[in-house]
Write a protein that binds this ligand. Structure first.
Ligand code: HEM
Length: 309
């Protein structure tokens, strides 16, 4: 709040700081209530989960911290604690925000874009205060703000590469290489339709130490797909029955970039009304259409043949 108040030169914003803080606590209290509902309202399940998962232990500590700050946010509590002790206690918000960020990163399954953005915002706010303290001023010059922005962006960029590198046991430089790979198509997700032998060979490679993280089976594009995450991106795999019919295709895979495909309706779309059964007590209608997939960038699609490990 303080950096924002100073940049927009609106001192009165201090009046909404308490509202913002208590509002944050209420929001997180609702988050916890939803988690309780998700545990079928069972207190035993709720406490068991919270005490057995690291990311939930961290979230719970942050939650207790927020609760303590909300409970001491009244005028009466400020008077009772005294200005200095109250301020010291409320400085805990920095540690709480850090715990909230760690919790956010830990619960994220694949795409760390939003938590990384939140972390960079946090870094910027801390950077603002450190720089203001170092320069002995309360208001940073436009030049210092620009410098801060560049340093925070570079740190976030490097931090993300190091984080992904640690998660996948690869060099952060290799992660950065993929960022600057401008031939990589428009996204980093690929759908892989493969034959049974292809998948068996891929599994052998994964067991032999390929840097891959597989997680749950996901439902996408109307199919059950196995998700494989490697430093360069995410594959959604599925064996395709047609590829096992002909022996030549069982060691092959089609690699598809879904973002390069456009779902295209064809001409003859018709509406059919009143198609319910004669004795049905309902009104049923439907649209029938023919559609196709248009390949927008053919170089983003691939075919691997004779893959064997
Ligand atoms: C006992 C306390 C807490 C519990 C049990 C809890 C539980 C959870 C769970 C289970 C998820 C994953 C939801 C999913 O898979 O979609 C989650 C996500 C999240 N939590 Fe918490 N949490 C707690 C406290 C906190 C606190 C204190 C903060 C912030 C300071 C926080 C911020 C978040 C955020 C930002 C996400 C990601 C939401 C999203 O991506 O949609 N949580 N939490």
């Amino acid at each position: 709040m303080t950096p924002f108040r100073r940049i927009v030169r609106h001192g009165n914003l201090i009046d909404v700081r308490r509202m913002l803080g208590v509002g944050t606590f209420c929001y997180i209290a609702a988050h916890l209530a939803l988690f309780f509902a998700d545990q079928s309202y069972s207190p035993a399940k709720f406490f068991h989960e919270i005490t057995h998962r690291v990311y939930l232990i961290i979230g719970a500590i942050a939650w207790l911290g927020l609760a303590a700050l909300a409970a001491t946010s009244t005028d009466g509590m400020v008077r009772r604690l005294g200005g200095l002790r109250w301020r010291r206690l409320h400085q805990a918000i920095y540690a709480i925000a850090l715990l909230g960020l760690i919790h956010y990163f830990q619960q994220t399954k694949a795409d760390v874009t939003v938590p990384t953005f939140a972390a960079s915002l946090f870094l910027w706010l801390i950077g603002y205060r450190v720089l203001a303290w170092w320069q002995g001023t309360s208001e940073l010059s436009p030049l210092s703000l620009l410098g801060l922005m560049i340093v925070v962006s570079l740190l976030t960029f490097a931090g993300e590469a190091i984080g992904i590198g640690i998660a996948f046991h690869v060099s952060p430089l290799r992660v950065l290489e993929t960022v600057f790979d401008f031939d990589a198509g428009s996204g980093n997700e690929r759908l892989m339709l493969c034959g049974n032998s292809f998948l068996t060979s891929l599994n052998k490679l994964a067991k032999a130490g390929m840097q891959v993280r597989t997680d749950e089976v996901v439902r996408l594009y109307g199919m059950q797909l196995q998700r494989w995450i490697i430093p360069q991106g995410t594959f959604y795999l599925r064996t395709h029955p047609l590829m096992n019919v002909m022996p030549g295709y069982t060691k092959c895979a089609f690699i598809i970039d879904p973002s390069a495909l456009k779902y295209r309706y064809l001409q003859d779309t018709i509406s059919q009304d009143q198609i319910q059964a004669n004795d049905a007590d309902e009104h049923k209608g439907q649209w029938l259409t023919e559609c196709g997939l248009e390949v927008r960038h053919e170089k983003t699609l691939g075919f691997l043949s004779n893959f064997f490990a």
